[in-house]
Design a protein around this ligand. Structure first.
Ligand code: F6P
Length: 538
C-alpha cells in the first residue's frame, strides 16, 4: 500500500479541469446525449442487486479519470494486502481481517491457517450456543426456557447487531431482543422493567471490555440480577445467564464470566467491522445460525467480486470514486442514505460509524496535515418518511447532497401489495424528480417557488429481496467502498484515536461531579459553569 497524496496524481488535476466542464452539463443533458446511459452506468449484480449510478453528474470521461485515480493511488495492491492479511492497520500495527471472518476458502485469502482455526472454532461456539438457547436446551437457573437476549455493548458492538437483527425481522424467532448501549439509565430501566432475570441471557459485547458505558451497564445489570434471584437454588447461576464477547478474556473472567461462556474477538477485527464475528452472537440467536451463516456467505460473495473484478466493473470501487467525485470536486459535505424499507431504519446510523469513524481523519498516511476533504457527513432516514421532513432541502436547497436510495423489489410481507407498489413508486419517483426537476415541462414564471431545477445526483441500489445473503452482500459492499475511499484519500481507516480524548476528559469530569474539591486540569470557565449548574440540582 503506497502513501500517495491523491492531489499530486495526474488524474486529480484532470478531474479538477473536468469538473469545470461538467458543471455546464446537467443529468438531463447526459441522458439526452446517450440513449444507452442506463445500460452504460449501471451494474446488475447476478440479478440480485442492481447498482444504477446513471443519475449522477458523470460521463465516460469522468469514470475514466476516476478509474485512473484509483490506479494511481494503488487501490488494487491495497485490496490484495488487506485480503492477504498484511498489517495495513499501521497505526495499530495490525492486519485487517473482517473478510477472513466470512471466508471458508482458506487458500483464497489468508495463508495463516491458525487464524482460520480460531475463526472456525468461534463459529462453532456461536452455533452451539445458538442451537442450545433456541431449542430450549439451555435453561435458566430455575430451569425455565430463555425468553430474552440482552446485548450490552456500544458502537460497533451494538450498531451492527442492531441494524442486522432489525433488517431481518422477518427471519427472527420468538426470542425477545434488547439492546443496552447508552449510559443514560433510562434504557437500562426500560429493559429491566420488561424482563425476568431467570428467563434472560445477558451478552456483554465489548472488544476491549473496558468501554465505560458497557462496563457500567454490565455492572448495574449484574447487581440487579443478583438482587432479583434466589441465590440458594443454584450456585453456578452466573454461567447460565451471562456471556461475554471480547478480546480481553482476563477482564471478562475477572467480571465473573465463566470461561466457557467467553467468545473471543480477534484483535484484527475492527469494532465497526465486527458484526460477522462473535459480536454477531445475538444475530445468530435471533435468526438462527444457518441464516447468520448465509449473511456471512453473502458478504463473501461481494468480497469475491471486490477482489476479482476489474476496476471498471468493480462496484465498491466505482461507488467510492463517485463519492470522492462529489466530496472533492464538487465540495459536497454530506451524503444521504435513504432506505425504502422500514426494517432497515438503522442502516444510516450503522453507516455513520462505518464511514465517519473510518475516514473522519485529517492527517494522511505520511503524517502530513490533509488539505482536501476526507469523510463526508453520513445521514439519512427511511423513505417515504424522509420525503415529509428533509426532502424539501434535497429538491430546492442550496446544497448539493448526493444520495444513496436503497430498496428491494420483493417486499418482506405477503399482503398489502398496494403498499409495496406505492413504496417502490416513491423510491423511483424521488430519484427522477431529483435528477430532472420540473423546469423542462413547467413554466416557472407561473410560480418560481414551485420550480425544481433537478440535477441532484443519486445512486439507486435495488435489491431483489432483503434476506440474510443479500444483506450480507450490501454491507460488505459498503465496507469495501469505505476502504477504497480511505486508500485513495491516503488516510488510515482502521484506527479511531480521535475518540480517546473525550473519554479521558469524561473521567476527570466524573470525579469533579462526584467530589467538590477535585480540580479539572485545563480549566475552562464554560465547563466549570456547566458543572456548577449541575451541582445546583444534585
Ligand atoms: O470509542 C469508539 C469505539 O472504540 C468503537 O470503535 C467501538 O466499536 C466502540 O467504541 C466499542 O468498543 P468496545 O467493543 O471495545 O466496547
Amino acid at each position: 500500500m503506497k502513501n500517495i497524496n491523491p492531489t499530486k496524481t495526474f488524474a486529480w488535476k484532470k478531474l479538477q479541469n473536468h469538473a469545470k466542464e461538467m458543471k455546464k452539463i446537467t443529468i438531463y443533458d447526459l441522458f439526452k446525449i446517450d440513449n444507452n446511459r442506463f445500460k452504460n452506468f449501471s451494474i446488475n449484480f447476478e440479478n440480485t442487486i442492481l447498482f444504477d449510478y446513471s443519475k449522477n453528474i458523470i460521463n465516460k470521461k469522468t469514470i475514466f479519470y476516476l478509474l485512473n485515480l484509483a490506479k494511481e493511488t494503488n487501490c488494487i495492491d491495497a485490496i490484495h494486502e488487506m485480503f492477504y492479511g498484511k498489517k495495513i492497520n499501521i497505526t495499530e500495527n495490525k492486519a485487517v481481517l473482517h473478510t477472513a471472518l466470512r471466508n471458508n476458502n482458506i487458500d483464497f485469502f489468508l495463508r495463516n491457517h491458525q487464524i482460520y482455526n480460531d475463526i472456525n472454532k468461534i463459529l462453532k461456539k456461536i452455533k452451539n450456543i445458538s442451537d442450545e438457547i433456541i431449542s430450549g436446551k439451555w435453561k435458566g437457573y430455575t430451569n425455565k426456557k430463555i425468553k430474552n437476549i440482552i446485548n450490552i455493548g456500544i458502537g460497533g458492538s451494538h450498531l451492527g447487531p442492531l441494524m442486522i437483527t432489525k433488517s431481518l425481522k422477518n427471519y427472527q424467532n420468538k426470542l425477545n431482543l434488547f439492546f443496552l448501549s447508552n449510559i443514560d439509565a433510562t434504557q437500562l430501566i426500560n429493559i429491566i422493567n420488561k424482563i425476568k432475570p431467570e428467563e434472560s441471557i445477558f451478552i456483554i459485547a465489548s472488544k476491549t471490555f473496558n468501554t465505560l458505558e458497557t462496563i457500567t451497564n454490565a455492572l448495574s445489570i449484574k447487581k440487579w440480577f443478583m438482587k432479583n434471584i434466589n441465590i440458594n437454588i443454584n450456585k453456578n447461576i452466573f454461567s447460565k445467564h451471562f456471556i461475554a464477547v471480547t478480546n480481553n478474556i482476563n477482564a471478562a473472567v475477572k467480571f465473573g464470566i465463566n470461561e466457557n461462556n467467553i467468545l473471543p474477538l480477534l484483535s484484527e477485527i475492527g469494532g465497526r467491522f465486527s458484526l460477522w464475528s462473535s459480536i454477531g452472537l445475538i444475530i445468530s440467536l435471533s435468526i438462527g445460525f444457518d441464516n447468520f451463516y448465509q449473511l456471512l456467505q453473502g458478504a463473501h460473495k461481494m468480497d469475491n467480486h471486490f477482489f476479482y473484478s476489474p476496476i471498471d466493473k468493480n462496484i465498491p470501487i466505482i461507488m467510492a470514486l463517485i463519492s470522492i467525485w462529489y466530496s472533492n470536486f464538487w465540495n459536497t459535505e454530506t451524503e444521504a442514505i435513504i432506505v425504502y424499507n422500514n426494517n432497515m431504519c438503522f442502516l444510516p446510523l450503522y453507516l455513520q460509524q462505518l464511514n465517519m469513524e473510518s475516514n473522519g481523519k485529517s492527517i494522511d498516511r505520511n503524517g502530513q496535515k490533509i488539505k482536501y476533504q476526507t469523510s463526508s457527513i453520513i445521514w439519512g432516514d427511511v423513505g417515504t418518511n424522509g420525503q415529509h421532513s428533509f426532502f424539501q432541502m434535497l429538491h430546492q436547497g442550496t446544497k448539493l447532497i448526493p444520495c444513496d436510495f436503497i430498496s428491494s423489489a420483493i417486499p418482506n410481507y405477503n399482503n398489502y401489495k398496494n403498499h409495496h407498489v406505492q413504496l417502490i413508486a416513491n423510491y423511483i419517483a424521488q430519484t427522477k424528480a431529483l435528477a430532472f426537476g420540473n423546469i423542462k415541462e413547467y413554466n416557472c414564471q407561473k410560480n418560481i417557488y414551485y420550480s425544481c431545477y433537478g440535477n441532484k445526483p443519486s445512486n439507486s441500489i435495488f435489491l431483489k429481496k432483503i434476506n440474510p445473503y443479500n444483506l450480507g452482500m450490501l454491507i460488505s459492499y459498503y465496507e469495501h467502498k469505505i476502504f477504497i475511499q480511505g486508500i485513495i484519500l491516503n488516510i488510515f481507516s482502521f484506527d479511531q484515536w480521535g475518540v480517546e480524548l473525550g473519554k479521558k476528559i469524561t473521567h476527570s469530569v466524573i470525579k469533579k461531579l462526584n467530589e467538590n474539591n477535585y480540580k479539572i486540569n485545563g480549566n475552562d470557565p464554560s465547563s466549570e459553569g456547566l458543572i456548577d449548574f449541575y451541582k445546583c440540582f444534585n
